[in-house]
Design a protein around this ligand. Structure first.
Ligand SMILES: N=c1c2ncn([C@@H]3O[C@H](COP(=O)(O)OP(=O)(O)OP(=O)(O)O)[C@@H](O)[C@H]3O)c2ncn1[C@@H]1O[C@H](COP(=O)(O)O)[C@@H](O)[C@H]1O
Length: 109
């Protein structure tokens, strides 16, 4: 797994049982799934707005920042439901492997 995602995943696992007073992640868990989903929705909207803004400003910094917020909150959502980012990466890898096989099959037609 990617080093940054792997290290962040470890911290998120630890923060699940941390104090909501000292940890933003623990605070989200203590507020529950609906609050986490609200944040995912909010960050998804902010990401879409930042992507649209690239067309007029040509500045991609906000889009990178908002996408990081979205990925982060999505990881908290998965963690809240006892899943982690590795499951998603495995699924992407599976699809990638499948598409590789399809490509080969098409080439041999
Ligand atoms: N990657 C992040 C990260 N990205 C974004 N955020 C937080 O996500 C929030 C972004 O949402 P908003 O801008 O809406 O902020 P807000 O107004 O404070 O949020 P709400 O009150 O609306 O819920 C900010 O508070 C950011 O600080 C993050 N908070 C933590 N991390 C990572 O998670 C680790 C654990 O964090 P703690 O749980 O705080 O120790 C940290 O070491 C970081 O690596």
């Amino acid at each position: 797994m990617n080093d940054v995602l792997s290290s962040l995943q470890k911290v998120l696992n630890e923060r699940k049982s941390a104090s909501p007073e000292t940890s933003y992640v623990a605070k989200l868990h203590s507020k529950g799934l609906n609050k986490i989903l609200e944040k995912v929705g909010e960050e998804a909207t902010e990401t879409i707005i930042a992507a649209k803004d690239v067309q007029t400003t040509n500045d991609k910094n906000d889009l990178v920042y908002e996408t990081a917020d979205l990925w982060f909150h999505t990881m908290v959502m998965l963690n809240h439901l006892d899943l982690d980012v590795e499951e998603v990466l495995k699924e992407l890898e599976r699809r990638f492997d499948l598409s590789g096989l399809e490509e080969k099959a098409n080439r041999n037609k």
